[in-house]
Design a protein around this ligand. Structure first.
Ligand SMILES: NC(=O)c1ccc[n+]([C@@H]2O[C@H](COP(=O)([O-])OP(=O)(O)OC[C@H]3O[C@@H](n4cnc5c(N)ncnc54)[C@H](O)[C@@H]3O)[C@@H](O)[C@H]2O)c1
Ligand SMILES: O=C(O)C(=O)C[C@]1(C(=O)O)C=C[C@@H](O)C=C1
Length: 739
């Protein structure tokens, strides 16, 4: 059995990539000896002077005989010549790999030169580079947080693959594996086509006499689009020859895309143009979120929020639209028959993930464009299997709701999210779904990735101990497909956006309450009919402004078009009991979600006692009540419900912790919260906060002793992109700052 150790590594072709790999390995002391050979000996001499390599090879044959690993780093068409040169001297235990941008061509060359694939041959391709060439541009950190694709063959020894993977990982790369043919198809689209286009655009503009001025005046757009046209011509000539067919296919597809856009422009077809641009914009933004944290991300900078106290709130302000309703409008619109138009869609990262997932399942969705989305519904049974796993970023709502839907489809799916989402446990959703017959594999704690297989669901009676809107919604979506009736029993009401949305699309479900038990029953007999949805303003953001306007003297603020679903507004009567001045003027009720204007003015609050029943339905809004209580006359006693979920308890505990740090006088016992009038310090909160706690601290900061800086707020702003602007419009003095 062969074993592979890497003491001596030989690079053939000491240019940008060969030089960078050598420098990276040497500077991290991964291998003992790095030698290089180049057909231009001066490159190796320079490599020695720059400390990139240990030895400049003159005698290629003997260097090959001594090497443990050989890395081919020449242009792809030169690989075959080099293979012929080294073949007679290669030992069976020597590993052979490369860094070339195409793979199929190399595999063919190896077959030809060696007759059969040597077990130590493992092709590779770092997806990292620059528009520079030569060892002079070598960069020891070029591969940090970049991907390297290995394309081992059936004949490759798995231990050889492991050793090559280890070398790349030791220089900071993330190693993936792919079939060589697939590699060439994928790279033709993602790397080769953009380079060809950039070369062609610059060449076209450069040719035309009257276009000379363009270069003189060209700014950001031209620069961003064409940086890669400065790449090495020989390298790209070789790639275009080696991957000819796949590149031609991509050029043809692109050409017909440009032709479609051309016709839209020629015909003045705004719908078509906006469709193309907005789909591309969403896709590009999604790409940026995928890259977040990788070396390609330009947006790794963290952001702090700084809020100055005592700035009164005033005017008429519209807040951003509701997230929960936006998710549901997409899901149910996609499952309906006909075209659904949504106005006021919330364009946050989470709801965009839901759109993306349905696009990947074959649903045509136009927009969002300034809150407008058009969905061409495919009906309850029209979703298509996605081409790969569905990535949902950090969106727990997308994950919860989609899981209920996907378990009922006739195809298998895999769903995953970012690191934070993978830490979540969805057992309270998975268990009842499994009881209905769903087949879902999850990680140990009940989090993604989920592998979902088709199954026949059976409706049943399900008792939900902690009524959560997301769990309920997930089960209702499964209930659209389950045989018989699915009856969900809870001991308290929770948000019913899904129920209202289903009814707006003409689906019948039955809701009743008896002896403190709420029952929601659904069956699979209905259909969903497309409709128009206007998503109302987000009540949680409104609540933050209501609380702040109540606290800051001289405030008088009108919030317009706010969704006042009765299961969301249960905190308002408690605030009124403390003396808050809040007037809710309902618009005409359309039967979907009630909408209102809310007028709030400053009030000096009075401490109160609230029973566990009073607060049972507002646990997620308690952080606001807690902050307000600290500024009231007299103390406030809140009795906590006995059956808090782990998530609810964690929310209360983290709010208490951050308020205590701010100097608040609070006592938290198992059964109650006691809050006394306090002076909050301001200053700095340095740990990242859950959104609702961050919102409550923004409220607290409006009356703090000095400005408050909430650090690590980048994730909050990604989830609520318009937050700062809206708060400022209402009069809060808030600024984004980066270190
Ligand atoms: N530049 C990038 O962004 C990038 C990224 C990933 C992969 N790659 C791939 O890496 C390989 C090298 O690209 P690079 O950017 O380092 O190019 P480069 O031009 O900087 O270096 C290539 C080196 O190979 C040498 N060479 C050419 N033919 C030779 C031969 N027959 N024998 C010995 N030496 C020879 C050249 O003299 C040169 O020094 C290519 O296959 C390319 O497709 C490039
Ligand atoms: O960053 C650049 O300059 C690159 O073009 C790098 C790039 C790419 O297209 O991503 C170019 C070709 C390689 O095969 C791999 C990486």
């Amino acid at each position: 059995m062969l074993t592979y150790t890497t003491h001596r590594l030989l690079i053939i072709g000491l240019g940008l990539i060969g030089g960078s790999f050598a420098k990276a390995l040497k500077s991290r002391k991964v291998v003992q000896h790095v030698a290089a050979y180049d057909r231009h000996p001066q490159e190796c001499d320079l490599g020695i002077r720059l400390g990139v390599i240990d030895e400049a090879v003159q005698d290629l044959a003997s260097a090959v005989q001594q090497a443990d690993v050989i890395v081919l780093a020449v242009p792809v068409k030169a690989m075959e010549v080099v293979l012929k040169d080294i073949q007679p001297f290669l030992r069976p235990t020597t590993l052979l790999t490369d860094v070339g941008s195409t793979k199929g061509h190399l595999v063919q060359a190896v077959r030809q030169v060696f007759q059969k694939i040597p077990p130590g041959f493992v092709p590779g391709h770092p997806i990292a580079g620059a528009e520079k060439s030569g060892v002079v541009a070598a960069d020891a950190d070029l591969f940090e947080r970049h991907k390297v694709i290995l394309t081992p063959l059936p004949e490759s020894d798995p231990k050889a693959t492991l050793e090559i993977a280890r070398l790349w990982q030791s220089v900071g790369a993330e190693v993936l594996q792919m079939d060589p043919y697939r590699h060439d198809q994928v790279l033709a689209a993602t790397s080769h086509l953009p380079h060809v286009l950039a070369f062609s655009l610059v060449d076209t503009l450069a040719h035309e006499e009257e276009n000379r001025d363009i270069f003189r005046y060209a700014a950001g757009g031209f620069r961003d689009f064409t940086r890669i046209a400065a790449s090495d011509p020989v390298m790209w000539h070789d790639i275009c020859q080696a991957n000819r067919d796949a590149i031609l296919k991509q050029i043809d597809q692109f050409t017909s895309g440009v032709a479609r856009l051309r016709s839209a422009i020629a015909a003045g077809d705004s719908q078509a143009m906006l469709g193309i641009f907005s789909r591309a914009k969403v896709a590009r933004e999604h790409f940026s979120t995928l890259l977040a944290g990788s070396a390609y991300s330009a947006n790794t900078q963290d952001i702090d929020l700084r809020i100055e106290p005592d700035s009164p709130l005033s005017g008429r302000v519209a807040v951003h639209s509701d997230r929960s309703i936006s998710h549901r409008a997409i899901i149910i619109g996609a499952l309906s028959e006909g075209v659904t138009d949504i106005e006021g869609f919330f364009e946050g990262e989470d709801s965009l993930m839901t759109i993306k997932a349905f696009r990947e399942m074959g649903v045509v969705i136009e927009g969002p464009h300034q809150g407008s989305v058009r969905i061409y519904g495919v009906g309850l049974h029209g979703l298509q299997p996605p081409k790969g796993p569905l990535y949902l970023g950090k969106s727990e709502t997308s994950l919860q709701l989609l899981t209920g839907l996907l378990v009922a489809q006739s195809f298998s799916t895999e769903v995953f999210g970012d690191e934070a989402l993978s830490q979540k446990s969805l057992l309270s959703t998975l268990e009842p779904l499994r009881k209905m017959g769903a087949k879902i594999d999850s990680n140990e704690q009940g989090g993604p990735p989920f592998r979902i297989s088709p199954s026949i669901l059976k409706g049943s009676e399900i008792e939900l101990t902690h009524a959560s809107a997301q769990v309920k919604s997930s089960l209702l979506l499964a209930g659209l497909y389950a045989q018989g009736q699915t009856c969900l029993k809870t001991n308290r009401f929770c948000r019913d956006h899904t129920e209202r949305m289903l009814k707006s699309f003409g689906y019948f479900l039955c809701e009743s309450e008896e002896a403190g038990e709420v029952r929601t029953t659904i069956d699979c007999a209905g259909t969903l009919t497309a409709t128009k949805i206007r998503v109302p303003g987000d009540f949680s953001t409104a609540l933050m402004l209501i609380a702040a306007a109540t606290l800051v003297p001289e405030s008088s603020l009108i919030l317009t078009d706010i969704g006042v679903n009765p299961h969301r507004t249960k905190l308002l009567p408690l605030l009124s009991k403390m003396g808050a001045n809040i007037q809710v003027t309902l618009h005409k009720d359309t039967g979907f979600e009630p909408v209102a204007d809310i007028w709030v003015t400053y009030a000096q609050l009075k401490g109160q006692e609230f029973s566990a029943d009073d607060v049972a339905c507002v646990v997620y809004e308690l952080p606001f009540l807690m902050v307000l209580a600290l500024f009231a006359d007299g103390q406030t006693l809140i009795h906590l419900p006995a059956s808090l979920s782990a998530k609810e308890s964690a929310l209360i505990a983290s709010t208490v912790a951050v308020l205590l740090e701010q100097g608040a006088q609070i006592e938290l016992s198992g059964s109650h919260l006691l809050l006394k009038p306090s002076l909050l310090l301001g200053g700095e909160i340095s740990e990242a906060l859950p959104p609702i706690v961050a919102f409550a601290m923004i409220v607290a900061s409006t009356r703090a002793q000095q400005a408050l800086r909430i650090k690590h707020s980048a994730a909050l702003l990604t989830a609520y992109p318009a937050l700062v602007e809206q708060l400022r419009r209402a009069g809060i003095s808030i600024h984004k700052e980066s270190d």
